[in-house]
Every structure is written in structure tokens, then in C-alpha cells.
Design a protein around this ligand. Structure first.
Ligand code: UDP
Ligand code: MG
Length: 316
């Protein structure tokens, strides 16, 4: 099969018939063999009934329904597991992304060697409250991940080589960082394509302003997990050593100062009367805590089932 289109959806009953018809039109015009994997993320409206009736007239449609709402990442993860096409395309259900982009995305993966092509909504039809924080988010992600050619990490429209989606695991709200996950998994040919973007036609956005707070927290965990999950002591160790040494040096200094003042017979304030003493105390305690955390994290990661899971590209 050429293409799997994976569509995560939550309460999008009005959009689905239009979306699937549009995808079908594009696929038929280019003679692609395809499937549309509609993952219903526990919708409370009639989305599932709509999917059922769409499936009746069309064997290219696959419907998967969650019992409750788990989030876009979970829906994508399940869709990725089900996808069988050589090229996997993800797309939002709300008609903000255009299926007309599919042929070019497909060509980039299939014939131009890309592992992942991410859409770039160069001209966006979203409110300013969303576009400005998004710019900030993208520039931070760009510099932290080293993927400096992407302008728009969170675009719903993306294309993947099948290997990529079978190698990565999207959970929590990590769908914003799929290019980063792909890079960690060793797929380096990550490209971008300017895509057409439309205003939301039906329904409302499913993500509130909390998306930015969660987004940045996820960014931190993703870098921690990606870099240090298999060697947590390399993260906690140096921090612990620095903090402990700092506290230790200050303590030595305080003791020397005290002894000198006694030797010289000068009246001197109590050790506990100066701020440095408390700083030293806190630094030593935090330092040893960091170290202990490092050890515990090492033990945990050693017991992780994927401690020896590596992505093998080829064996001959
Ligand atoms: N979505 C989902 N589960 C959720 C929230 C959203 O599957 O819990 C889907 C939603 O139906 C849509 C896509 O994720 O197909 C993007 O959501 P939305 O359009 O609300 O995001 P925005 O365009 O505002 O970033
Ligand atoms: Mg949308």
C-alpha cells in the first residue's frame, strides 16, 4: 500500500465526511493505493457514528475508537501502530490542513529520500494569542533540538517513512515534538514543506492556553529522556558534585575564618550569624541529594525494559 493517512479526531462530526471525500478525491486522481485511519479519541458527539457510516461505503477507511479521551498523542500512537502504507501522513480532522498537499509530501518521502517532512503553515489562520507563543515555542525547540530547518514543529500535517512511525513512541503530549523524537531515533533527513492552512470550519479548538505550559514542560522532559534516560548519573552527578563542592569550600572557608579570629583574639560573630553558613548547608544537602537521585535513577533505568533497545537500520 502506498499511503496511510492517520487522522486523530475528537468531536469532529461535521468535518469528517468532507475530509474523507477530499482525501479520496486526491488519492484517486493520483492512483494511490491508500487507507484512511480515523482514530476517534473518545468523542462525545456523533463522530463514531459518522465513521461507521463512512466505512460502509468505503473499504479504504479504518476506524479505531477509544473508550475515553486520551489525547492527540495517544491517538497518533495507535494510528501509527495500525498504519500499513509505505508513507504515513498525519492530518488534523478539522479541515485546517489540505489533502492537496499529499502528492508532494509522498514524493519527497518516496523519491527524494526524506525520512520526515513537516508541514509549515507559513500563512496561518489562527488567532494572535496562538501564533505568537507558537513562534517562541518553535525557536526554543529549534535551538534545543538542533533541528534548525523547521519553522513549525507542531503542524498536524506531516509525512513519514513507515520505519519512522514504527520506531517512535508518542505519548503524553509529545505530538508537538515528533520531529525531535524521530531525530533521537536516528532519522536525520528531516525536511519542511510550506503548506496551505485554513481557518477552522466547524467546531472549536481542543487545546486551551494550557498548551504552552504543558508544551514547555514536555520539552524539558523530552530532552532529559532523550539525552540521559540511559545514563541519568551523567546528568545528576555533575550537578551534585558542583553543589557539594561549593558547600564544602564555603564550610572550609568559614572554619578557617573562625579559627583565625580566635587565634588573633578578635571578637567575631557566630558562624550561624552569617548568610554564607546557610548557603553552605543547603548546597551540601542538595549536592548529596542530587547524587542519591542519580543512583536511584541509574537503578531504575537499569530495570527499564528498553534499556537495550536500539534502532537497527540494516543488517546484511
Ligand atoms: N484531537 C484529538 N484528541 C484531543 C484533542 C484534539 O484527537 O484530545 C484532534 C482534533 O480533533 C484535531 C487535531 O487533534 O483533529 C488538532 O486539534 P485542534 O484542531 O483542536 O488543534 P489546533 O488546530 O487548535 O492546534
Ligand atoms: Mg485545528
Amino acid at each position: 500500500m502506498d499511503i496511510s493517512v492517520v487522522v486523530p479526531l475528537y468531536n469532529e462530526e461535521e468535518s469528517l465526511p468532507e475530509l474523507t471525500a477530499w482525501i479520496k478525491r486526491v488519492m484517486d486522481a493520483h492512483n494511490f493505493s491508500y487507507e484512511i485511519v480515523l482514530v476517534d479519541d473518545g468523542s462525545k458527539d456523533k463522530s463514531w457514528q459518522v465513521i461507521q457510516s463512512l466505512k460502509e461505503g468505503d473499504e479504504n477507511i479504518i476506524g479505531i475508537r477509544f473508550r475515553r479521551n486520551y489525547g492527540k498523542s495517544a491517538a497518533l500512537n495507535v494510528g501509527f501502530a495500525a498504519a500499513e502504507g509505505d508513507v504515513v501522513i498525519t492530518m488534523d480532522a478539522d479541515l485546517q490542513d489540505s489533502p492537496d498537499e499529499i502528492p508532494e509530501l509522498y514524493d519527497r518521502i518516496k523519491n527524494q529520500g526524506a525520512d520526515l517532512v513537516s508541514g509549515w503553515k507559513k500563512k496561518r489562520y489562527d488567532p494572535l494569542t496562538k501564533t505568537i507563543p507558537t513562534k517562541l515555542f518553535n525557536s526554543v525547540t529549534r535551538s534545543m533540538s538542533g533541528i534548525d530547518n523547521l519553522h513549525d514543529f507542531n503542524c498536524g500535517l506531516k509525512a513519514y517513512k513507515k520505519d519512522v512511525v514504527k520506531s517512535i513512541e508518542v505519548y503524553g503530549e509529545m505530538h508537538r515534538y515528533i520531529p525531535v523524537l524521530a531525530k533521537w531515533a536516528g532519522f536525520s533527513n528531516i525536511q519542511e514543506q510550506v503548506v496551505q492552512h485554513y481557518p477552522r470550519k466547524y467546531g472549536t479548538t481542543k487545546f486551551g492556553p494550557g498548551r504552552f505550559v504543558k508544551g514547555f514542560l514536555d520539552l524539558m522532559s523530552i530532552f532529559f529522556v532523550g539525552k540521559f534516560a540511559k545514563r541519568p548519573m551523567h546528568f545528576f552527578g555533575p550537578l551534585g558534585v558542583i553543589s557539594f563542592l561549593l558547600g564544602f569550600i564555603i564550610t572550609i572557608w568559614l572554619i578557617c575564618e573562625k579559627l583565625m579570629s580566635i587565634a588573633n583574639g578578635t571578637v567575631y560573630r557566630n558562624v550561624t550569624d552569617q548568610p554564607l553558613f546557610f548557603l553552605a548547608l543547603v548546597a551540601i544537602i542538595i549536592g548529596s541529594q542530587m547524587f542519591l537521585t542519580g543512583f536511584v535513577a541509574e537503578l531504575v533505568s537499569r530495570n527499564g525494559t528498553d534499556r537495550n533497545k536500539y534502532h537497527v537500520d540494516q543488517v546484511i
